[in-house]
Ligand binder design. Structure first.
Ligand SMILES: Cc1ncc(COP(=O)(O)O)c(C=O)c1O
Length: 377
């Protein structure tokens, strides 16, 4: 049995520290916006040179509150990728704004800049690039296009904490190039809590102040409301767990990268390309953090079943692009309209890549994939 993700292995290594951190919150009985949240906000702001960081209740709420702070409202258009987790577009829809989906690039799975530029209209209120699987969308180019038109950019960095791109000779971290950046601490993320959690970062002080208010119902001072916000706080227990994990993040990221490189070497050794397998790509000047190791596989559904039958975990992110989701039928997209997103949804499969995965397990995964193509496909 090789699990797709095994959080118990990670917990086993840091159990005393995690347990003590959680217990200390219980001892203090201070659960809302206390010292743990502040400490995590400071760590993230400083480590990634991110300006101000504001802890929120989830990655979804990080997106929602960012859009609210920017004044996105009914009828506004927000351009994003159709090949992402639902939350990206859900946040847009929740505000009565219109998700405008543009196609992705087949190699990086991130938004196609030409398509994005063509989709801009006078009603475009925001752009949400998604740094899918842990690889940044080209923020240098996106920012340039957005700045020229004065359109804010909300980075969906839910899967990409610690990823970077070199811009003007400097490493710029995911989430820190746009107007705001949104992180998720969902348990399966590279920095995962013991439940839901998220963070917004921004360099704009006035925007940061709005975001801080929006996460407490728009209240400021307490019980006085100039804004209507949400109950969107990161809680102390989550922050305590994340503060224990945060110092390990760099190490865990390097492990994920090692695993990705090993998969690619094993793919080469077993001549996977001859079977039509296409591994992920890391463009020059980009640092992929491999929240997922996602490749294209011919007969993907057959392979998934074959692996499952042999106790090997694998998963499809994502089987149906957002422009074809039933709830967005009212937007009027047709099948075939965003072909790169649609072919990715048919062909991709993510393999286990969590930091604690062993070399032997990876070898077994690749051996079974090869066996599938030799015998079953
Ligand atoms: C790309 C993307 N955006 C947004 C989210 C939403 O984050 P959360 O689950 O913390 O609400 C996730 C993860 O779940 C995600 O992968």
């Amino acid at each position: 049995m090789i699990p797709f993700l095994d959080l118990k292995r990670q917990y086993g290594k840091i159990k005393p520290e995690i347990d003590a951190a959680v217990l200390s919150v219980l001892e203090r009985q201070a659960f809302i916006l206390g010292e743990e949240v502040q400490r995590l906000e400071k760590s993230i702001a400083e480590t990634f040179d991110a300006g101000v960081a504001i802890g929120v209740s989830s990655g979804t709420d990080a997106l929602l509150i960012s859009l609210m702070a920017l004044g996105v409202r009914e009828g506004d258009e927000v351009i994003t990728s159709p090949f992402t987790f639902f939350a990206t577009a859900g946040a847009i829809h929740r505000l009565g704004a219109v998700p405008v989906f543009v196609d992705i690039l087949p190699e990086t799975y991130n938004v196609d800049l030409d398509a994005l530029e063509k989709a801009i209209t006078k009603n475009t209120a925001c752009i949400i690039p998604v740094h899918l699987f842990g690889l940044m969308a080209d923020m240098e180019a996106i920012r340039e296009v957005a700045d020229r038109r004065g359109i804010p950019v909300v980075e969906d960095a839910a899967q990409a904490i610690g990823a970077w791109q070199v811009i003007e000779g400097k490493k710029r971290y995911a989430g820190t190039v746009g107007t705001t950046g949104c992180f998720s601490f969902f348990p399966s993320k590279n920095l995962g809590g013991a439940g839901d959690g998220g963070m917004v970062v921004t360099r704009d002080e006035a925007l940061a102040e709005r975001i801080r208010r929006l996460r407490v119902h728009g209240s400021h001072p307490k019980y006085y409301h100039h804004l209507v916000g949400v109950n969107g706080r990161l809680d102390e227990i989550q922050a305590a767990v994340l503060n224990v994990k945060f110092p390990h993040l760099e190490d865990w990221t390097l492990k994920r990268r090692e695993h990705a490189e090993r998969y690619m070497a094993l793919f080469r050794e077993s001549d996977m390309e001859a079977f039509g397998v296409q591994p992920p790509r890391e463009p020059a000047g980009f640092f992929h953090v491999y929240n997922q190791f996602t490749a294209r596989f011919p007969n993907r559904d057959g392979l998934l079943k074959y692996l499952k039958d042999r106790g090997i975990g694998a998963a499809i992110y994502y089987p149906l692009p957002l422009h074809l989701q039933p709830c967005f039928a009212y937007l009027g997209y047709r099948e075939g309209e965003l072909p790169n997103a649609e072919s990715a949804a048919r062909e991709v499969l993510s393999l286990p890549v969590f930091p604690e995965l062993s070399e032997e397990e990876q070898e077994m995964v690749v051996r079974e994939i090869r066996r599938f193509y030799e015998t079953e496909a």
